[in-house]
Design a protein around this ligand. Structure first.
Ligand code: ADP
Length: 297
């Protein structure tokens, strides 16, 4: 089973054209949807999650018409939205039990078994009786995954899940996601390249509502390998490196107080540039720099 998105478009009533004819095939496993803020990731995720309408196009989950058979889709969907509010005065165990009832699991013994297994899976069993309001950001996100997993969904959507997590919490969350991704379609929407490079075997990059690239991270990386060069400059020199005909500045990094630029060019621009082994971040910045200005990291 895969998720097939065809020609999906959406313009909001304020005139923002958030999705411009998106075509995407998303297979089983972890799929990374990368894009800067405002790219249209949440608009796409909310549409797949049946929470908002598209203007045109289609989405199929296997044979299921997502835009029309919403209730059927909801039974097979687990969704962790960007803003995941929790009831602060309710314990994780009680809340999961409640969500499981809402999802139609009426037998209380069965519910208890499911809730216990999920709490163990996301490593929150030992704090199951604590109120959600006392949980850290990472614990809340793991709880969010537990609720998304109720009912064994075939499709799981997680929208910007690691923003605001510290490195250890992020790592724990990555491990959890990669376990889930073995048997399910998991769409991970993020602006953090490392989330995708650590976890995803397929990916797409969107920017200003357009699909800019899709494929295996390795293949996208191969396309750019040998074409990325770096140079250390003084910060105030940056303007003279932009708008050059034979290379394009894709990112600027601060490095020991100096500015390091990464450029993309078919050949070494001049002797002052050195070649570098490109990584997924270079792929990302080279791709979105076709639409937006250079990124400072
Ligand atoms: P991302 O998740 O990649 O940050 P969004 O899908 O949230 O992108 O936003 C894409 C564009 O659509 C942005 O310009 C945003 O301001 C606009 N947008 C998102 N939601 C709405 C809405 N409900 N009404 C109007 N404009 C919106």
């Amino acid at each position: 089973m895969q998720l097939e998105i065809k020609n999906l478009s959406k313009t909001y009533s304020n005139g923002v054209h958030a999705l411009k004819g998106i075509n995407l095939t998303i297979p089983k496993g972890m799929f990374g949807l990368l894009g800067p803020n405002g790219a249209g990731k949440s608009s796409l995720m909310r549409t797949i999650a049946t929470l908002q309408e598209a203007d045109s196009g289609s989405i199929f989950l296997g044979d299921l018409n997502v835009l029309q058979e919403k209730n059927e889709v909801r039974k097979q969907l687990g969704y962790l939205p960007q803003e995941f509010g929790v009831y602060p005065k309710v314990s994780a165990e009680t809340m999961l039990d409640h969500i499981a009832s809402l999802k139609g699991i009426t037998n209380s013994a069965e519910r208890k078994e499911i809730v216990t297994a999920l709490l163990q899976k996301v490593n929150l069993y030992h704090t199951k009786s604590k109120n959600l309001g006392t949980y850290s950001g990472g614990m809340k996100q793991r709880f969010g995954i537990a609720q998304a997993l109720i009912g064994n969904p075939k499709l799981i959507i997680v929208d910007e899940p690691t923003a605001g997590l510290d490195p250890a919490e992020r790592n724990r969350f990555h491990n959890l996601l990669s376990e889930i991704g073995e048997n399910t379609i998991v769409i991970l929407s993020t602006h953090i390249v490392e989330d995708v490079s650590n976890l995803c075997k397929d990916m797409a990059i969107i920017c200003l509502g357009e699909l800019m690239a899709q494929g295996h991270p390795k293949d996208l990386l191969n396309e750019i390998q040998g074409k990325v060069w770096r140079k250390l400059i003084n910060r105030q020199e940056i303007t003279q490196y932009r708008n050059k005909p034979d290379y394009k500045v894709i990112s600027t990094h601060l490095h020991e107080g100096k500015t390091q630029i990464h450029v993309v060019a078919e050949a070494k621009p001049d002797a002052s540039f050195e070649p570098i082994e490109a990584n997924l971040e270079d792929v990302y910045f080279a791709t979105i720099s076709k639409k937006v200005d250079t990124i400072t990291i």
